[in-house]
Design a protein around this ligand. Sequence first.
Ligand SMILES: [Zn+2]
Length: 119
Amino acid sequence: MADKDKDMDPLALTEELFAFLQGKVPEGYKIKRRHVPRLTEDQAWTVIWYCANLGRLDVFDDSIERCDVCGTLYNRNSSGDCLDYGRAPYSFCDNCMDTEQWYKKARRNPDKNLRPEPR
Ligand SMILES: [Zn+2]
């Protein structure tokens, strides 16, 4: 990691890695074509999730989530919602909050005080 990257937003860094794992080499780097990873979106996200959540490599910010509805990456400290109970979907970016999927899940929140008002 270059020094300038230390000041980069964790969401931007994660988006860059997410794209890299799918074959998009960051500007200024040269990597042999056959060495460039070409994972699917889901495989790339699994690598990032593993690094951030299993805590074996303490270099990733685990506040970056991937929306289970549209696939967008977002920082849960400043946007979106994470409803970590029941079945998927769990993660919702700002654009997917207040959708029917979010509402149905949020209505089942084990903490009654956090459930949205009936529509
Ligand atoms: Zn979304």
